[in-house]
Design a protein around this ligand. Structure first.
Ligand SMILES: [Zn+2]
Length: 156
């Protein structure tokens, strides 16, 4: 139980960091490209002029490698969308995992015939029964020997 909770927290942190990094890496070149257009006197409202500017102006990333600004915008947009998608998607997954991990598969043993079977209990249910100090559950009829017993929790 403790281990699965920790794994969820770790995966949430790393995927959120990855999502933020992608989003920021995507937004930064878009802002740089738009600022370059703005300082060159291109109006953002004049879309065709902006489009021409983005095609006409190369962006150097060093080592003599240059891209037209339009590619920088496209790559930045893709990275931003993936980043936002990761940030949104992982949050849903965490909620789902938390619900699943609350439901525990418990091995029960009949105190009369020692027959073992598995049942699902929620963590809250186990806590309210006083587990782990109290390892027996409420009285029920055993499927195998037909006796009424208080089955014992042997493992989780
Ligand atoms: Zn039994």
């Amino acid at each position: 139980m403790a281990r699965s909770m920790r794994r969820i927290i770790v995966s949430r942190n790393s995927s959120r960091i990855f999502g933020w990094v992608l989003t920021l890496l995507g937004l930064a070149p878009i802002i740089v490209a738009l600022l370059a257009a703005w300082t060159s006197g291109v109006s953002f409202l004049d879309l065709s002029a902006l489009y021409d500017f983005l095609w006409a102006n190369p962006f150097s990333i060093g080592f003599g490698i240059e891209f037209e600004l339009i590619y920088v915008i496209v790559a930045g947009t893709v990275a931003t969308i993936i980043g936002i998608f990761l940030l949104a998607r992982k949050r849903e997954e965490i909620e789902e995992l938390t619900v699943v991990s609350d439901d525990l598969k418990v091995t029960l043993e009949c105190t009369v015939c020692k027959y073992q079977w598995k049942e699902h209990f929620s963590k809250t249910q186990l806590n309210s029964m006083g587990f782990p100090q109290n390892r027996t559950i409420s009285r029920r009829k055993c499927d195998i020997c037909g006796r009424f017993t208080r089955p014992k929790i042997t493992s989780i």
